[in-house]
Design a binder for this molecule. Structure first.
Ligand code: 5GP
Ligand code: 5GP
Ligand code: 5GP
Length: 208
């Protein structure tokens, strides 16, 4: 039989809390389309290997093409907003994510389907609802890392990885949430490996 080499083992589906992107030393810029909703936004859908390494920039012959995602554009603006400076309309961020990460799963998900898969995953992993239902709110208070992880696990069924960053006063805060997804991009799985990094045992959940 003809056997195609394994491109990657699973995806990290990564969502970012905008309040924690914006309140750091570096600050942020709202997109040209306006301040995003006070909700988690997509950062990316990243092919990964189970040894923790990952492929990147896999096909320079398959650049991001706006024409492929025209039907998804308004949903991407709402659910995958850019916060980097200077302000952009999102195209720069989606281009970066497609070219660095999306091209590494192109044999399984064409450009349109890659972005649609990420949007569908966000609908199925409503992190803000999971947290607020457990009394964990973006109010600038401190919450235990274990309560945050537990609330997400209870709501979504899978253990997340939490990435923290620090605010301008060096407080550890909830920045990104990683969930693992099978190679088809359609279902959550338990993570084969977790990223490495430190949070405090108590982390801030900033307002946005
Ligand atoms: P940082 O060094 O800020 O954690 O990550 C910078 C960038 O490297 C991320 O935005 C992402 O593109 C990539 N990256 C970091 N960690 C991982 C990982 O564990 N898996 C994959 N696939 N990409 C990662
Ligand atoms: P990564 O390589 O870390 O996946 O993607 C980060 C790149 O996307 C950086 O070049 C960053 O400037 C750009 N970028 C644009 N908008 C955003 C945003 O809202 N959040 C993050 N984390 N990076 C963004
Ligand atoms: P445990 O395996 O006992 O849950 O955690 C072992 C160590 O990993 C502890 O220092 C804990 O703070 C850290 N840790 C556990 N889960 C996460 C997570 O989701 N994100 C980060 N950054 N550290 C974690």
């Amino acid at each position: 039989v003809l056997c195609v080499s394994q491109d990657f083992d699973f995806f990290y589906f990564v969502q970012q809390w905008p309040g924690s992107y914006c309140d750091t030393q570096n600050s942020c810029c709202y997109p040209t389309t306006g301040k995003p909703a006070a909700d988690f936004g997509i950062h990316g859908l990243w092919p990964n290997y189970k040894d923790g390494s990952y492929p990147s920039n896999c096909d320079s012959n398959n650049p991001f093409q706006q024409s492929q995602i025209s039907d998804l554009r308004s949903s991407l603006q709402r659910n995958w907003p850019t916060l980097a400076c200077p302000s952009g309309n999102g195209v720069q961020f989606w281009t970066h994510e497609w070219e660095k990460h999306g091209t590494c799963s192109e044999s399984l998900l064409k450009q349109h389907d890659y972005f649609e898969a990420a949007l569908d995953l966000k609908q199925r992993a409503n992190l803000l609802r999971a947290l607020t239902n457990a009394g964990i709110q973006p109010d600038g208070e401190l919450y235990s890392l274990s309560s945050i992880k537990g609330a997400i696990k209870d709501a979504i069924g899978y253990t997340p990885y939490i990435e923290c960053n620090v605010d301008a006063s060096r407080n550890s805060q909830l920045y990104q949430v990683y969930l693992c997804v099978d190679t088809s991009g359609s279902g959550f799985i338990e993570c084969p490996v977790f990223p490495k990094g430190k949070c405090g045992s108590q982390v801030e959940f900033p307002t946005f």
